[in-house]
Design a protein around this ligand. Sequence first.
Ligand code: ADP
Ligand code: ZN
Ligand code: MG
Length: 487
Amino acid sequence: MSVETKVEYEIVIGLEIHAELSTESKVFCGCRTTFGADPNSLVCPVCLGLPGSLPVLNRKAVEYAIKAGLALNCEIARYSKFDRKQYFYPDLPKAYQISQYDLPLCRNGWVEFEINGEVRRVGINRVHLEEEAGKSVHSGERLLGSEYSLIDYNRGGIPLIEIVTEPDLRSPEEARVFLEQLRQILLFTGVSDVKMEEGSLRCDANISLRPKGSTKFGAKTEVKNLNSFRSVQRALEYEAQRQREVLESGGTLYQETRHWDENRGVTVAMRSKEEAHDYRYFPEPDLVPLVVDEAWIERLRAELPELPRARQARFVEQYGLPRYDAEVLTTSPQLADFFEACVAEYGQAKPVSNWIMGEFLRLLKAEGKAVEQVQVSPKGLADLLRLIDQGVINANVGKEVFEEMFHTGKEPGAIVKERGLEQISDTAALAAIVDQVIAANPDAADNVRNGEMKAIGFLIGQVMKQTGGKANPKVVQALLRERLLGG
Ligand code: ADP
Ligand code: ZN
Ligand code: MG
């Protein structure tokens, strides 16, 4: 009889992230970077790689890359250079990509994020600047099996940063949460619009297993085609399990590149991993080295905004908000700004937070809008909350008014007047309706008399119905109690 001891494995993950920088023009020419323009309408001899054309480095792209590096706590190289990375693919018209190889612009950074109440730190190996390739559009679902492919070079030459993490992540969930944090940092820094659906943020994930306690890394696979945060986690979960099964059945893992098939939920072998020498890197002869001085870096550092985790902590501290509120309110800098502007108008934070997290985000989501596309002004929301505080309208009517403000940008006071939504608090007027409702619902009234307080809610509802939702619920309840329970 043999006793099998199961080896416990540790998962090791490192990510390579590409983010398109939101400059107005491309990185080595003056072509626009507008998303969604007609195919091949934003091109020129430089980004089409025509013979004799020469690249000129976009200063703004360098600044955005440095800002990203600073936000990721990197050292900024005073001296870096560009290199040609050669490979043959139709979306790369020069048959090389201008990138950075041995002297990247940013190195040795880190990012902190929180998972299950624990703060984790991931090392950033490097951030370098390079150019985007064009976009192939296959006639079928993918290259394999397509009759033909079309290429749009509008995207070719848009500036990209590649961010390479150390292999510090220890679970697929951690990889997803880290990536969300990274996305938020870039979003707040304003260097990229980081939309995974539009491809302005992309991630390749490297994963390996090793026996728990081992200090040596195992052979890794690189997983490509991860188009959402969810697929990053799913693909890594699948891949960890696949590797575990290979190892447990006595097999060997080789370094390879695998493709995530979203529909089937599996990774498929693509090719054995290329080595750096396959790319025949050499220094780009058409660009001078990039020299960055201290003053420039300090100016850019001074321009950095408060970053998401710092802002969250401040929201908890300064406004006394629950952590959850602080997290939701800092999902974008625009939302956080809107919140702070509303609090400045209204004076109290928690009611503002409740309205933003409730009605405001509900409407944004329902209409697929971004904060900056909406008409509600901070003063408008503050005025609405004051109308509710003063009893001019009740909270439910407030929601109706807010919806109209959301669509039209009108002042809440004007909406209330126009639509006659003032709350009815007048005891005499409400007493008449309360008496009618009691007379029309004798069973419910008896139930209340017998102490069944659920029934009082029903009667309040009936009064609300009669008044088009405008009755002051406190006054109605007091009247019902007085009538049915004698006070
Ligand atoms: P390569 O030489 O194959 O390009 P690098 O050392 O440049 O590998 O690392 C590329 C990415 O892979 C980095 O994000 C790194 O953290 C990650 N990585 C490296 N080794 C491993 C490993 N054994 N397991 C998981 N990820 C790894
Ligand atoms: Zn161009
Ligand atoms: Mg490498």
